[in-house]
Design a protein around this ligand. Structure first.
Ligand code: GLY
Length: 285
């Protein structure tokens, strides 16, 4: 069945961004969206597309995920990631993990393994070793920018997509928030908080995890879609809720079951790139 028009949207994190780094961040989002789009266009699965897009962002040191992740209070990298697809609500997540170049790929392996939904810290590394997943030195993920702390990153990267079979998927990955305590886990790997997908929609959030997780922002936004709210309006309402209930800021991207895209932010910036059937891309920041 190929009644659905594929679409993909990528975000590079909501927050204050220095204007001189915006063009490069938009380029990074575009490269990620096109990596996912090439999979969708070839008839591939939304799940593979969101994973591929987030890998591109994790490998780009400009973004706070994978290489380039922000540092915790001990000067170390600890990353969170989650992946989920609408079909059968399959999901996998890793939390507070280090020594892994692409946490989103490890999250996918947790999902495929099927025993658990989330693995954290040393347990996630043990699992990686058991399945022969490649490790890297934790130091190789640290970039000069973070060492010098010239930019207090608290971004996240994320992608949602719908494929030609109408399946929805989401992937979110982050280094978390700057100077966090070791072991701190944010909203990104928590299903329903920073990441969620079911047959009504897929959502990836960015912003202050401690606020997002208390309002179950991703699941609540999908509920708005289930209630018949249009994606753009649902995104706006979710942020209104975030601001009202927690006095916090952030952003989110989403796709509904019809392939309609929505996104919103209440921060100064959130680079996004959208690619849909026309193969035209839309950039916004
Ligand atoms: N939203 C990313 C985090 O707070 O970890």
């Amino acid at each position: 069945m190929t009644d659905f028009i594929p679409a993909i949207i990528v975000h590079g994190g909501a927050g204050p961004i220095r204007d001189d780094s915006l063009p490069a961040r938009l380029d990074g989002c575009k490269a990620a969206a096109l990596a996912g789009w090439s999979i969708l266009q070839a008839g591939g699965a939304a799940l593979d597309a969101v994973e591929a897009a987030v890998v591109v962002l994790e490998d780009n040191p400009l973004f706070n995920a994978g290489t380039g992740s922000t540092l915790n209070s001990l000067g170390k990298v600890e990353m969170d990631a989650a992946i989920m697809e609408s079909d059968a609500l399959r999901a996998g997540a890793v939390a507070a993990v280090s020594g892994i170049k692409n946490p989103i790929m490890l999250a996918r392996r947790v999902m495929e393994d099927g025993h658990h939904v989330m693995l954290a810290c040393e347990g996630a590394l043990l699992f990686a070793r058991q399945i022969g997943f490649p490790e890297c030195t934790p130091e190789s993920l640290i970039v000069e920018r973070e060492k010098k702390r010239w930019e207090n990153t608290h971004g996240t990267v994320g992608c949602v997509a719908v494929d030609a079979n109408g399946k929805l998927a989401v992937a979110t990955s982050t280094g978390g928030i700057f100077n966090k305590l070791p072991g701190r886990v944010g909203d990104s790997p928590l299903l329903g908080c920073g990441t969620y997908a079911n047959s009504f929609g897929a959502v990836s959030c960015t912003g202050h995890g401690e606020a997002i997780m208390r309002i179950l922002m991703a699941r609540d936004t999908v509920q708005l879609l289930q209630n018949g709210i249009e994606p753009g309006e649902a995104a706006r309402m979710a942020l209104e809720n975030l601001a009202e209930l927690t006095d916090s800021t952030g952003g989110l991207i989403l796709i509904d079951r019809y392939g309609k895209i929505g996104y919103a932010r209440n921060t100064t910036h959130m680079p996004v790139c959208i690619v849909s059937d026309s193969a035209k891309f839309t950039l916004d920041s």
